[in-house]
Structures are given as structure tokens and as C-alpha cells.
Design a protein around this ligand. Sequence first.
Ligand code: ATP
Length: 593
Amino acid sequence: MSDLKNASKYYWHYLKRYWFGFTMTAILIGISTACIVIAPTYLGQAVSELTTYLQKWTSAATRSSASLGNFHKTLWIYLVLYLGDAGTLFIASMILARITAFSTGTMRVGLFRKMQRMQVQYFDSHSDGDILARYTSDLDNIFNALNQALIEIFLSVAQFIGLLIVMFAQNTTMAWVTMSSTPVALVIAAIVMKKAGAAVNHQQDDIGSLNGYINEQVTSQKVIITNGLQKDSINGFLKHNQKVRKSAMSGQIWSGILNPLMQGMSLLNTSIVIFFGSWFALNGTLSTGAALALVVVFVNYAQQYYQPIMSLTSLYGMIQLAITGARRVDEVRNQPDEIQPENGKDLTGIKKELQISDVHFSYLPGKEILHGVSINVHKGEMVALVGPTGSGKTTVMNLLNRFYDVDSGSITIDGTDIREFSLKALREHVGIVLQDPQLFSGTIADNIRYGAPDADMEWVIDAAKQANIHDFIISLPDGYETKVSDEQSVFSAGQKQLMSIARTILTSPQLLILDEATSNVDTVTEARIQAAMDRVIQGRTSFVIAHRLKTILNADKIIVLKDGAIIEQGDHEALLAEDGFYAGLYHNQMVTD
Ligand SMILES: Nc1ncnc2c1ncn2[C@@H]1O[C@H](COP(=O)(O)OP(=O)(O)OP(=O)(O)O)[C@@H](O)[C@H]1O
């Protein structure tokens, strides 16, 4: 039920602005229903006018007075009513199609905008495939339901109301008899809908997991091939696929069962009406003819009574998918945004120092990752973070850029807590070169100026030169205009890394965070990346996550992290002299290198 509540809130948020269109649709469908209800009476009248005409025409005495005028008039009214029905329905569907196109467009934009405001935590804790499913299959389900079910809902409601009016106008007692089975139908519908809702929810969540798995397997294709894991990959896929098949089947069964059940209710209803109708006919005050006519009319109504309910229940699978879709998209919509300080301070640069003071941090409640980390960095200094895998190096970087906020302790720049700066100002001054650099669709030049879109070509070339990648770029047939997404231009990890270094140089950050990426490139490229990194670091305050210790021998400060705590710190010489964890690590690496 809370799903329905959340979905209603979601639809209300996006659809309320179309109230005028919905009102017009309701009026038009009201007119259409009235036309369709009234039209048969004119058909009957036309038949009776034609009979009168034929009777007059066949007798010589009355032939002169025989006229088809009334017959034609009635036929015209009949035709106008049918045209009225078709015309109003057409306009109503056009209005709804427009509302659907605009509202789902706005939903898509809303979701995309939200993605740009959300905390990094959401992306870290959800698979890419699952996030993608919310943008694709969930939004598609919403679109399909709005596109196909909305008009049906309007029609069914109008038909139902129209029928109630006609029934009560004819005979109140028989109208109540016709409606008597409604509570039972509602209870059955509520039970089945609850089951179907849960099943469809499962189905969508399982589709999200399957997408996540496919995404993971596609991006890890090379690892799978090199390790000969194709069979395991397929087995994993089959497991996910089987889960989707099971949950989809259960969803379809529960959604599909509703329609036949309602058909059964319709038959039951007809029997009730026949039973009570005959009783009234035998025991009531009406003449036998009138009573029988009433029974015939109400048997007709009884059959029609469940029609709107049945057409809604036949759409139930689609509606349920749209409810689940709205729930999943709404989940994203309700994610907290990145915390922006009110009247955030501007950051003009690091004047003196950056201080990390007694920082405790946990990604998940109760599972602390950093236990009181303190690092003091003076302007222009290079700090290297070393330590075993999982020791917390990346976590420290995540906190510096406010991807996450500290639980306790503080990070300050010249005495001001970084949470007091506006996020924009902070991030303008923090440049990050990630271990796994990302290139975006567009040209090489676009990619280098990604963080500084206004930079002119001269600066782009200068940044590429500093990053040691200019010569390679101009050796390409299209030079800086080479399309990155082009199938012809597949870049090596080292080339991508150098381009992302050029990108960072162009933004001219005050604080640099470098996740050393020299581990999966050849020694020549490694030397080029190292030289580029050295150039970027010069004169800037920088944090380098070092995997290869020989790249950080010149660091002003080396921080050794283990299990989320600093166990040693100092420069290379001092740490070697200490002959502790760092010295052991260094000697080990020298041997393997
Ligand atoms: N988003 C996350 N949610 C929960 N736990 C996380 C998250 N990111 C990292 N961790 C955990 O935090 C701990 C520190 O991870 P971190 O990535 O900082 O280590 P690291 O020193 O950078 O490791 P590596 O050298 O392998 O990159 C690990 O135990 C890891 O499992």
C-alpha cells in the first residue's frame, strides 16, 4: 500500500500541472459517453420512423402523407452522436498523448538532474545496471501505462458513472441488487492486487539486479576472458535470468488472475440479478410485462456493470509495473542531495595550510573505516599516502573532495572547515586524477577542456604539452578534433591517463589529488606519466596515493596508513631510518622491481 502511496505522490508531483488538460479530457469523455449512451435510442427511433413511413407508403390512402423527413432527421442525429463520440474521444486521446509525452519527458529530465545533485554514496552503493534500469525500463513502464492505461481509466470511470446514473434512474431496488456483489469483488481485488504488487516489485528489482550483472560482466569482459571464466559468467547470468523468469511469471500470474476472477464475479452478478429480478417480477406490484422488461434491462446492466472494472483489471499488470516504476524512480528522487552549506564561503586558494584533524569516518553505521586520522599539509607540499589495500587511502581522498563528510574531527583549509565553503568553490580548487580515467564522447580537445569549457585552443595545447601527450595527439589524422567515441580511436590506458592529466592541468587546481595509475602501463608510458605528474604537482598542494614507492621518494611527507590509522609518517629518508612498515614495503618493492 505504501508503494501505491509513494507512486501516487510521484504522479501527483509530475501530473498536477496538467490539471486543465485532465479536466478537458474528463469533460470530453463525459460527452463521448453521453453520446454513446443516447445514440441507440435514436437508432430505435429511426427504425420506428421508417416503419411508420413504410406503413403509410404501402397504403394508397396515406401514401401522399408518407415522408422520410423524420427518419432522415433521426438518422442525422444518430450520425452526429456517433461522430461526436468519435471526435471527442479523438481529441481526448490527443490531449492525453501530449500530457504523457510532456510529463514523461519532464520525469526523465528530473531524474537526470537529480543524478547530478545526489551524493556519491548512492552511486557507490548501487550497481550501474540497477541505476540504468531506473532510467530505462522503469521510465518506459511509466510511459506505457500513461500512454495506454490513462485513456482506459477515464473511459471506464465515465462508463461506470454513466451506468450508475442510468440504473438508479430506472429502478433503485434493482440498482442496489446489481451492485450487491461489489464488496466481495473489492475484497478479492484487494487481496490479488496486494499479491500481484509484491510479485511485480520483485520482478523489477530482479530486472535491476540482472542489468547490474550484465553491466558488470560487459565491463569486465577482458578479465573474464583472460581467466577463462566464460562458463561461470554464463552460469551467473542464468541464475539471475532464472530469478527474473520466476518473479516475472509470478507477477504475470497474479496480475493475470484478476481479470478472470472479475469475469466470474460478473457472471455471479448476472445470476443474482436474474434471481432477485424474477422474485420481484413474481411478487412485486409491476405488471408481468413491465417486470420482465425490467429484468431484461437489468440483466444487461449487470453484464455491463463489471465491464469497466474488467477493462481496468486487464490493464492491471501494466498499471502495477508503472506503480513499481514510480516507486523505484521516486526512491532516486528522494535521495538526499549533496549537502550545500547555506551562504557557503568562497575559497580563493590555499594560503597557508590544509589540516586533517582527528578524523573518524564510516561508510556504514557502526563500521568505522578511519580511526582518528590527522595530517597537516603546508601550501605547496606533496603528501603521499601509502599502505596496504583497504587501509583507507581512497577514503581520505573522498573526504578531501567532500564526496563524503567526516563523522567527527575536521578538515580545514587555512582554519576554515571545508564544509563551510560552497561545494562549487571547493571543487573548483580541487583537481582529481583518478586511477581509471574517463573519457567522454566528443573530441580530444573537448575532453581536455571538460573542466574549463571556455579555455581556448592555445591553453588546451599548452596543457597537452605539459601532460606529455601533445605529440601523440598531433600524430593522429584529425589531431585535437579526433572523436573519442569513434571506433577507430581506441586509446591506451596510458594515453587516457595523460589526457586526463591535461584536463586537470587546464583547471589549474590549488589542491591536487592523484590516484597513481602507473601500475598497468609499460615502463616508457610510466615514465611519461610520472614526468607529467611531477609537472602538475610542482607548486601545488597535492595528495598522491602511491602504489609504487619509487614515484614518491621526493614527497615532503609520506603517510603510512594501516587499517584506517596512521602508523608511520615522515619523509622517505626518515621512514627508512625508522626501519618499520614503510621500510619493509620499500625494500620488498625494490627487490620485485
Ligand atoms: N562506498 C563504500 N561503502 C562501504 N565501504 C567502503 C566503501 N568504499 C570503501 N569501503 C571500505 O573502506 C575500507 C577502505 O577502503 P579504501 O578504498 O579507502 O582503501 P584503499 O586504501 O584506497 O585501498 P586500495 O589501495 O585497494 O585502493 C575498505 O575496507 C573498503 O571495503
